[in-house]
Structure formats: C-alpha cells, structure tokens
Design a protein around this ligand. Structure first.
Ligand code: 5AD
Ligand code: SF4
Length: 463
C-alpha cells in the first residue's frame, strides 16, 4: 500500500475541499404529477451538462429551480409560499440563481404576476421551453435583469435525445406524448400543456431499449391521455401497437402506463394487456364522478354505465386486473344525490385505490365560470366520506394477502422503518428486511402483516 506523509494527506484533503467548493450546485423542487417528476429529471440533466452537481440543501445551492404545478389552487399556493421564503437566502447570497418553470408559469399572465410578486426571481420559463434552461442561465449570467421566456407552443418536441438525469432506478419514466386535446371543463392542463403531440415510436422504443440495457426493470410510459397516442402523427401507429413492440424484448421487466382516458379505452388495448406478460395487470382509469349529469358538465364524454362496461371488458380479458382511479368531489352543482352516485360507482368498480380530489376552480376553464359552486364545508364533508370508502376498500383488499406470496420489484430502503420496499405488479407496496442488496431485484415476499394499506413480509426467493 502506498504511504503518504501527513503533509501530502492534508494537501490532498484541502484540494478535495477546494474542488468541492468550486463546484456549482443545484437544488430542484418539484410539484405535481409524474410528468413533472420526470421533467425535473430533464432539468437535472441540463444543469449537470452546465457543470452543476446536486446538493441536499437549498442553502448550499448556486441555482434553485422550481418545477411548478397549477392543477389545483393548493399546488400553486405551496409554490408561491416556498418561492417567497427564498427572499432572505437571496439577500444573503446574491449570486444565487432562482428559476421558476412548469405549468404555473405557463398560464396566461402568470409570469408577469410572479415577477411582480417576487422581483428577486432570475429566470422564468414555461412548459414548452424547458430544454432552453441552459441558454437562459447563460443569458442571465451576462445581464442583471431577469430573463422571462414563455412560449405559446412548439411543434418540435425534442424527441430524439434523452437528456434526463435519472435517480429513480430501477424504475424509469418515458414520455410518449405531450399535451391534451380533451378540455374537460375543470382542467387547466390543455391550456398549459398545449395540444397532443406524440413522440415517434422508434425514438420511444430506442429509449426504452437503452434503459433496459442499463438495467432498469420497470418502465412507465407517460402521457395525459395515452390512448390517443399516434392520433396526431397520422402514421396509424396506435398505443397498443407501441406496447406490443416494446414487449418484444425477452428479458423480465415491467411495463406500466398512465393515464388512460376512459372515453378511448377499448378492446385493442385490453387485448394487449392480456397478451403481453410484461404489461402490469394494473390500469389507472380516472372516472372523476359517478353521476351522468356531472360527467356531462365535466365534458368527460362517457356515462357511468359506459365506464362500468369498460371495466367489465377489462376484467373479462384480464380477470386479475387491479383498477385505480381519480375521483373528484364538489364540482359545481353537485348534489348529495350526485355524490352518492360517485360513492356507488367507487364500490361497483371495486377500485383497489383511488386519488381523491376536491374540485378547485381554475381561472380560464369553463367550470370556473359555472353557477352553483359548492361551499367549502360541503366539499370537506364529501371528501372525508369518499376517502373513508376508498381506504376501507383498499384495506379490505390488502387483508386478503395475509399468508400469500407476492413478487415485488425492490426499489428503495425506508430509513424510518429500517426496511426495504417495492411494489408488486398490482401497485401494492410491500416492506421487508434484508441484508442482501435487493434493490433492482424481483423479490418474492410471504406476507405476514396485511392490516393496513401496505403489506409486510419475509423474503422467500428471487426471480
Ligand atoms: N380540481 C380538482 N381536481 C382536478 N383534477 C384536474 N383538475 C382539477 C381541478 N380543477 C384532478 C382530476 C385529474 C387529476 C390528475 O387531477 O381528477 O384526473
Ligand atoms: Fe385534464 Fe381531461 Fe386532459 Fe386529463 S383528459 S389532462 S383531466 S383535460
């Protein structure tokens, strides 16, 4: 072993320290959906290509990027609160760059409002020009005043190169399309994400193959409405075809996708789920409401009965398929009877779990201008009743797993619990003890505790 004198060691340590202090650091704060989480991976990729490394605290950062969401008012309020809280840090460290991007800034007039409220923000960008962040940093570095660039939309979707810096191993997100054409009356997404644009199938397949080659074991395809994948490209390449092409790979991996819109969910897709072993038997199919009158006002283009028919079709081809959903309460004019229809549908569709939301008026959407907005206390009462029902269904289904064996893909270690964790094909979280480096492995667990929403078990084999 090479021996070092004390002086050399101290010098080396100082060099390391000096190098470290010379390195610039980034800190990203993400709000909202998985699409945003994945876009933050792209932001991280851009920042790394500019020489920044990640840091664990805002106080250590040279640039802080907010990737915002505006789907509900509370998402915006969180971002506003956290941006405002940086005023002190910016004053203490004037070289700190603060950038704000994402859905919130893309709303009409939002960038100006943000700049007025928080003049210390350096860079404001939108959803269509995330790839320009590196250039915007360069502009800001050569001028004093802040840089605001929001684009109305882009035809070019930056389709060929994967710029993401991924931290989610063994899971990876892959965008297959951007935007939404549906204009559900409550939803801001079509206004801030623009019209549907599908990535070319060969680029998606190349990205997925690259990820599988690197050892990723679970791929989630992302789009606001994956069922209309390919409709805009005119090439006649459908979403089920894309799934079947990806599944030509022979090794063991899992393929998931979200989100499916019930109005376009059909037999071709259901057959692909049934035929391809790699596609997880879990479908996220947001229903939103159970009353036909409310569904019509929401512009969802299906009735409760039509929705349940699709569930029946799915279960005919894939009997063990789990179903999850998004459900909303308090849409304008919703009566107690309408709400009860939602509860009935949640029971009938047997959702294994559901994301539950209180309707939040979004300026510029049709529903925000509707008469009959529901008082907060009524919304509160309904969301509590809905959550109780959903949780009781989830717990009931979990309880059936006591003593059974499930196979999870181990994805992380929970420091608080001191246990490894992962999800099974159906999205159920399983926790277990191990000293044998299980992350990235398919692990079989014998379930010993299924009393809550999560499952706990003992390892009994690996695939
Ligand atoms: N208020 C409450 N929930 C909303 N969602 C979309 N827009 C709103 C809104 N204005 C919910 C829908 C959608 C999910 C992603 O967010 O349930 O499926
Ligand atoms: Fe919003 Fe409806 Fe588009 Fe989903 S399908 S993003 S809820 S407009």
């Amino acid at each position: 072993m090479k021996k070092f004198g004390k002086k050399v060691i101290i010098e080396c340590a100082l060099n390391e320290l000096y190098k470290d202090s010379m390195e610039k650091h980034y800190y990203i704060i993400t709000y909202g959906c998985q699409m945003n989480v994945h876009e933050s991976e792209k932001i991280a990729g851009i920042l790394r290509s500019k020489g920044y490394a990640e840091c664990g605290f805002q106080e250590e950062a040279d640039i802080i990027v907010f990737n915002t969401c505006c789907i509900r008012e509370n998402a915006e309020n969180h971002a506003y609160g956290n941006i405002g809280a940086l005023k002190k840090l910016k004053r203490a460290k004037p070289s700190l760059l603060i950038a704000v991007g994402g859905c919130m800034t893309q709303q009409s007039g939002a960038a100006e409002k943000l700049k007025k409220k928080f003049p210390f923000v350096d860079i404001i960008f939108g959803t269509h020009n995330l790839e320009d962040l590196g250039r915007l940093i360069d502009i800001k570095s050569s001028q004093k005043k802040s840089v605001i660039e929001i684009e109305e939309g882009r035809d070019d979707i930056g389709d060929d190169e994967d710029i993401s810096f991924r931290t989610s191993y063994p899971n990876a997100w892959v965008n297959i399309m951007y935007g939404c054409n549906n204009f559900c009356s409550y939803c801001i997404v079509p206004y801030v994400r623009g019209r549907e644009r599908s990535r070319r199938p060969e680029n998606i397949i190349a990205e997925v193959n690259g990820l599988l080659d690197q050892g990723y074991r679970e791929i989630t395809l992302l789009g606001q409405n994956v069922n209309s994948y390919g409709n805009d490209a005119g090439g006649g390449f459908t979403f089920p075809q894309l799934l079947r092409d990806i599944c030509k790979r022979k090794e063991k991996f899992r393929l998931r996708f979200m989100t499916s819109n019930p109005k376009d969910f059909g037999e071709e897709l259901v057959r692909a789920i049934a035929d391809c072993e790699q596609i997880c038997n879990l479908v996220h199919l947001p229903v939103q409401a159970g009353s036909d009158r409310i569904l019509r006002l929401m512009n969802r283009k299906y009735t409760a009965e039509e929705y349940l028919k699709k569930v029946e079709l799915l279960r005919k081809y894939v009997p063990d398929c789990c179903l999850t959903s998004d459900v909303m309460v308090g849409f304008p004019t919703e009566t107690e009877e309408d709400f009860r229809a939602t509860l009935d549908l949640v029971r009938e569709a047997k959702f294994s779990t559901a994301f539950t939301f209180v309707y939040s008026p979004r300026s510029g959407t049709k529903a925000a201008g509707m008469d009959g907005q529901i008082p907060d206390e009524v919304k509160k009462d309904r969301i509590m009743r809905l959550v109780e029902l959903v949780n009781s269904q989830t717990r009931e289904m979990s309880a059936e797993y006591l003593g059974k064996t499930i196979e999870i893909l181990c994805e992380d270690f929970d420091e608080k619990k001191g246990l490894y964790l992962g999800r099974d094909e159906y999205g159920r979280m399983g926790y277990f003890k191990s000293d044998a480096r299980p992350i990235g492995k398919f692990v079989r667990l014998k379930i010993t505790d299924a009393s809550g929403v999560s499952l706990y078990g003992e390892e009994c084999g690996r695939a």
